[in-house]
Design a protein around this ligand. Structure first.
Ligand code: NAI
Length: 398
């Protein structure tokens, strides 16, 4: 079979971020290479050139393609012949750097896979959207939970009308790692996340509530109308929220709740989604990602499992599975599913074929702007005693 048809070759990846001790950069490397459709060939793994060089061997990146800054990477790669330079750049740096790196990469003509949240604030996100719209690049945003097969199953079952009209969504992301440790104890991970200059206007709500909000949007397709939010900071001295709840009114009449915490003792990465419809309801948890609980009106409860080949999975969910039922698939596989769909579009662009830019399988720059609007309006609402704030975004995906 051709690799990345019609290119018939592996794609070449560049990574910004992912230096020694970092969290998500190494995940990008593993997920992108999961299906052997790409090889990482270049990186600016840290803003410190020495630390960037330290990280390179663990990614198998040659010294000649290891750069001390993203500017040097874009400059160096742009000078290479077309058959050698990177096909896409993944960005896994703290939030305040996303805008400048992504904008420069898009302007240099490189496809981009950017981690969330899209930027530091909404103004940057809108400016980046304009840059992307004025280009022909593929632009993806790694809200990676949308890559889980049973999340895609839920989306396709809802789209097929199996749950009737959607009345409500409840989505929560509950962690405990910032409960009682000081920012210093958690090293770089906590230091930038709790600093408004690097994290943005929100802490926990920018870091993980955005995942929860976007997951509800992706699964139901419901379009937000307005939001009322309460944010709290429970750890003394912290500058940003570490807990909060938002109530969302959707344009079609549904009501949503997003709750996020990073201060709930003992909770790990407990992302949970429930959806109520007029014909039934569903529940999914990322800590048991291979199961989808479905409760249909007047019927016994059902647990759908990730079980390719059995005829119980929807097409996209089936295509997003690798192993037979019962062998657990998880975080890396879901992340890799985003990359797979991105690679299809990168190959289309490279061969001059048209590709979708807004209603993509993977989250994209439009989802990113909507996520930034969610963060800003939640903060504004919370500062006004939970007053309702508009949350409709004209360019949102359906
Ligand atoms: P981290 O602090 O663990 O790592 C960031 C890395 O970027 C470090 O190696 C640092 O040296 C490097 N870096 C910082 N500025 C740089 C620059 N200008 N040029 C090159 N390298 C630079 O942070 P973490 O947790 O990996 O988060 C990175 C981003 O990914 C954040 O935007 C975060 O919100 C997002 N994230 C997404 C997750 C997901 O599930 N999709 C999970 C964790 C983080």
């Amino acid at each position: 079979m051709a690799l990345n048809p019609p290119l018939n070759r592996k794609l070449r990846m560049g990574l910004v971020g992912g230096g020694p001790g970092s969290l998500i950069g190494p995940v990008h490397g593993i997920a992108a290479e999961f299906e052997h459709r790409c090889t990482m060939v270049a990186g600016a793994f840290s803003s410190n050139p020495e630390r960037s060089r330290q990280a390179a061997p663990s990614y198998g990146v040659d010294e000649s393609r290891t750069y001390g800054s993203y500017e040097a990477l874009l400059d160096g790669e742009s000078r290479l012949p077309e058959g050698e330079r990177i096909d896409f750049l993944s960005i896994a740096t703290p939030n305040h750097t996303h805008f400048e790196i992504a904008k420069a990469a898009v302007e240099a003509g490189f496809n981009v896979v950017c981690d969330k949240p899209l930027t530091l604030d909404l103004a940057e996100a809108e400016a980046l959207l304009e840059t992307v719209e004025n280009s022909d690049v593929v632009f993806a945003l790694t809200h990676n939970y949308t890559g889980y097969p049973m999340i895609r199953q839920a989306r396709e079952m809802i789209q097929a009308g199996e749950f009737g009209k959607i009345n409500a969504t409840r989505c929560q992301y509950i962690q405990g790692w910032l409960a009682d440790t000081s920012e210093d104890d958690n090293g770089t991970l906590a230091a930038w996340r709790t600093d408004p200059a690097k994290s943005g206007a929100a802490g926990t709500f920018g870091d993980i509530a955005t995942h929860a909000f976007q997951l509800g949007r992706y699964v139901t397709g419901a379009l937000p109308e307005s939001v009322s939010c309460h944010l709290k900071t429970f750890v003394p001295g912290r500058q940003l929220d570490d807990y909060g709840t938002a109530v969302i009114r959707y344009q079609e009449g549904a009501l949503g709740i997003v709750t996020a915490s990073q201060v709930t003792h003992g909770r790990e990465n407990d992302l949970e989604l429930e959806v109520d419809g007029t014909l039934g309801s569903l529940k999914w948890r990322q800590e048991s990602p291979n199961e989808l609980v479905v409760r249909r009106k007047g019927q016994p409860h059902q647990i759908y499992t990730r079980s390719p080949g059995t005829g119980t999975m929807t097409p996209l969910a089936e295509a997003s599975s690798r192993l037979p039922a019962g062998h657990p698939e998880g975080f890396y596989e879901a992340f890799a599913n985003l990359y797979n769909a991105v690679f299809d579009d990168i190959a289309r662009r490279a061969s001059g074929s048209p590709f979708e830019r807004r209603d993509t399988v993977y989250p994209n720059v439009y989802d990113g702007v909507e996520g930034m609007m969610f963060i800003e309006q939640c903060v504004a609402s919370s500062e006004s005693d939970a007053a309702w704030m508009p949350l409709s975004y004209p360019a949102a995906r359906q």
